[in-house]
Design a protein around this ligand. Structure first.
Ligand SMILES: [Zn+2]
Length: 467
């Protein structure tokens, strides 16, 4: 059984075309004007059809802390985040649903959830997120956030003996957990893929990275990690390895065409060459980088060097929304201030391609996702061009990227299944979600104890004056 989207606008090399698009099963089977109607008919008039975007880096459970952490750099922000009481699996479920809803209502059809695990309830955490993504029907890449070193190991010592306390779970136990997770939940054909995702070089041993590489090779899993998000991490890499973090990850065999790297703010030219050589993907999280003062990632340099770049929202405690169109907008125009040569700037059409095909490439799925191509998966988004925010009629993609689209998503399909119809989620009750989020939270402001403990050391190693 299939359906036909009639008279939708699609981008072409020279402008736009009005076509019919037919979906059979989970795939696009025809794209042409005036096709013979087949199956359900969807009215595509005055609507723009695009391939779905990938929210290529987020941490869904941070939804519970959005808006609460004051302006702080990454290391102190993380200390603050750690102070919140652990969540329960039901909260994990709700925040995964919330993350997916916001992603889909801003053009996403896939999400990479670098999932923070509840200590001692790791398997339940993963099960709750997987259940949420199955219920809503988004294509999900669940990447349990693993580490084997404790918080203070991630802050440069500046020559001081730090003796960070051991992490709560051993490397071996963490790798066992990942093996079980793959066995239980890795079902790419059903829309749920498990990724190996050490949190980052700042909190992970070589053994953990190597174990992840081995597991990734054995099960063809994609790999994901944070990379050089802050200047402190660049300092730490020199302390820890005596070389750049990128060089070190390459030696460990972690970088590959199915590796995506969140942030990549503090890379130099030699590091960029390694990304090119290993065909790794950069996930640009512009709003998080601004929010935490991490810096501006050299995205134009990456693109000129031939590195694949896509976009992520990052977790809601450092953004603090999951609006993918906002990340795409800021993530493209932000770089205009870094290069006088406007011919290097990212155009709206390039931004759309980075978010769709670029995202698919980073997940090693470019043959199956990311463009309006016959034979590819029907992960599609239809935008209502009569939405006030997309009027008057100018260049639809120009306005979608450079404007501030609100309530512009009309329909979303994943694997050919309808998830949003007429602007409304069909698989989950958003009113109930609002009620649940409201009931499970309260208005608070908050003071972090851990930040108070480590702030003096952080200020000293980063060369900031003591108060
Ligand atoms: Zn992150």
């Amino acid at each position: 059984m299939g359906f036909t989207i009639q008279n939708a606008l699609i981008p072409t090399d020279w402008g736009y075309d009005t076509v019919d698009v037919q979906i059979g099963g989970d795939r696009i089977i025809a794209i042409a004007p005036n096709l013979k109607p087949m199956g359900t008919i969807i009215d595509g008039r005055d609507k723009l059809l695009l391939p779905g975007f990938v929210n290529a880096h987020t941490h869904s459970s941070e939804l519970w802390q959005r808006g609460i952490i004051p302006p702080r750099p990454l290391e102190l922000w993380l200390a603050d985040l750690y102070d919140f009481v652990p969540l329960d699996p039901e909260q994990i479920y709700l925040s995964a649903i919330g993350t997916a809803v916001e992603t889909m209502l801003s053009g996403g059809t896939s999400v990479v959830d670098h999932l923070v695990l509840i200590p001692g309830r790791e398997e339940e955490t993963i099960a709750a997120a997987v259940r949420a993504y199955q219920d809503i029907g988004i294509r999900a890449f669940v990447a349990p956030l693993i580490q084997d070193e404790s918080l203070m190991a991630g802050v440069p010592s500046g020559g001081k003996t730090m003796n960070p306390e051991p992490y709560l779970r051993s490397t071996a136990a963490t790798l066992d957990l990942m093996r079980d997770t793959v066995r239980q939940f890795h079902r790419p054909d059903e829309g749920i893929s498990v990724m190996v995702a050490p949190t980052g070089m700042q909190l992970c041993s070589d053994a953990l990275f190597e174990g992840c590489v081995e597991l990734s090779d054995r099960h063809h899993l994609c790999r994901h990690t944070h990379l050089l998000e802050s200047r402190a991490q660049k300092l730490l890499a020199q302390e820890k390895y005596g070389c750049s973090a990128v060089e070190h990850l390459k030696r460990l065999g972690f970088l590959s065409p199915r590796t995506s790297l969140a942030h990549c703010v503090w890379l130099d030219d030699a590091d960029i060459s390694i990304l090119v050589e290993t065909c790794s993907t950069v996930v640009h999280n512009p709003l998080s980088n601004l929010r935490l003062g991490s810096g501006i990632a050299p995205i134009l340099k990456y693109r000129q060097a031939g590195v694949n770049v896509t976009f992520g929202c990052d977790g809601s405690a450092s953004n603090d929304s999951q609006d993918l169109l906002e990340a795409i907008k800021v993530g493209s125009i932000l770089h205009n201030v870094t290069d006088m040569d406007y011919q290097h700037w990212i155009t709206p059409r390039e931004a759309i391609e980075m978010a769709s095909l670029g995202g698919a490439k980073g997940l090693n799925l470019a043959d199956h996702l990311g463009s309006l191509t016959i034979g590819k998966k029907a992960d599609l988004v239809l935008y209502d061009l009569t939405s006030l925010s997309l009027l008057p009629r100018t260049d639809p993609i120009g306005l979608l990227v450079l404007g501030r689209p609100t309530q512009a998503v009309h329909s979303v399909w994943v694997d050919g299944k309808p998830i949003v119809s007429n602007g409304t989620m069909t698989t989950v009750d958003v009113d109930q979600l609002r009620q649940d989020l409201f009931d499970r939270s309260q208005w608070i402001s908050h003071q972090s104890k851990t930040v108070q403990e480590i702030e003096a050391h952080y200020r000293s190693v980063m060369g900031l004056p003591q108060r």
